[in-house]
Design a protein around this ligand. Structure first.
Ligand SMILES: [Zn+2]
Ligand SMILES: [Zn+2]
Length: 350
């Protein structure tokens, strides 16, 4: 089979790999949809060493894609029927750890004390027709959801869901969501479904228009407006109850902190880069809580899927571009500009 590998310097190739066969505790998933996530841009753009996000070194070419969704095509000899049966619709929680530490046992394998494999980064991912994973990574895909929706939930949308859970978003809250890329737009959509009032921020007019379609109550472009002043003007001078930074930029994070009201909570979910916070005025005087959220557990991934199914949330609308694997070069070149919506590779029959 052929899979997409990042070569760094914005180059990729469809390389030949052997068709995977399951070990005793593995399954092989026939991939139906494989999403593109903002964090894929890091290894895509990397120059020289193609290790990714400080998640560990890779040896040899690795198949990209960490939003896997499909059907089970083969099952290892030690995997029981309740865990995996051929033909079942599944998402993959894209991490694997030791299986015995407390993080692994609670479904947080990305936090494994012994270090974890991140599929699509340090282990073969889903930009290929087939993917071999340990059976414990599987999360059922509800019948109501498309494979593309399952792919989104497998990283970007699931990440937004867990961040909103950490923020304990409620119907009485106003939340500022900084950045309306795939994670930010998912946060807008989910927070609206949870009853919150959303103020959406992005430097791209196209992304702001989409946030409006997804139910944002107010739009702010920090390129043309003073973001913090604009949020205060929308909140009786108090600031937002909650703010979520998905941009991962110093300016975006600082705007999120400064736009949060006294006793409010700010959450960082965007990867990379840095921030400098003036601790006394920006945190202490406001009794501010700042928290950080990194993806989600297997259990939360399942919860997110059921929430999306029960509330009939149009996660499919996140995708502005649907691609075949042999269009990967064009797909990532467009995604790299960070002005469009989310892309997904769809295989036959998805
Ligand atoms: Zn572990
Ligand atoms: Zn991701």
């Amino acid at each position: 089979m052929r899979g997409v590998t990042f070569l760094g310097d914005r180059k990729l190739q469809l390389a030949e790999f052997p068709d995977p066969t399951p070990g005793p505790r593995d399954v092989v998933v026939e991939i139906k949809a494989s999403g593109m996530c903002g964090s894929d841009l890091k290894p895509y753009r990397a120059n020289g060493e193609t290790s990714s996000l400080g998640l560990g070194r890779v040896s040899g070419p690795v198949i990209a894609g960490h939003e896997p969704c499909g059907v089970i095509a083969a099952v290892g000899s030690a995997v029981d029927e309740r865990t995996a049966r051929i033909g079942a619709r599944v998402m993959v929680h894209h991490y694997s750890g030791c299986g015995t530490c407390r993080h692994c046992q609670t479904g947080w394998t990305q936090m494994c004390d012994a270090g974890s494999t991140v599929y699509g980064m340090t282990g073969h991912g889903a930009h290929a027709p087939y993917m071999k994973v340990p059976a414990h990574t599987l999360v059922p895909l509800p019948d109501e959801l498309s494979f593309a929706t399952g792919a989104a939930i497998s990283c970007g949308t699931g990440t937004a869901y867990q961040a909103l859970k950490r923020l304990n978003v409620g119907g009485g809250d106003t939340i500022a969501v900084v950045g309306q890329g795939p994670v930010g737009l998912s946060a807008t959509q989910l927070a609206v479904a949870m009853g919150a009032r959303v103020i959406a921020l992005d430097v791209s007019a196209e992304r702001l228009n989409r946030a409006k379609e997804f139910g944002a109550d107010a739009l702010i472009n920090p390129k043309t407006d003073d973001a913090v002043a604009a949020i205060k003007a929308l909140t009786h001078r108090a600031g937002a109850d909650l703010a979520l930074d998905t941009s991962g930029t110093p300016d975006g994070r600082l705007a999120a902190v400064r736009a949060t009201r006294k006793w409010g909570t700010t959450c960082f979910v965007g990867e990379g880069d840095n921030v400098t916070i003036d601790v006394s005025p920006d945190m202490l005087r406001k009794q501010l809580s700042i928290l950080a959220s990194w993806t989600f557990s297997t259990v939360i991934q399942g919860d997110c899927a059921r929430f999306v199914a029960d509330r009939k949330i149009g996660v499919d609308h996140l995708f502005t571009h649907r691609w075949r694997l042999d269009q990967a070069d064009e797909a990532y070149r467009l995604f790299d500009r960070q002005t469009s919506g989310k892309g997904v590779f769809l295989m036959d029959g998805a």
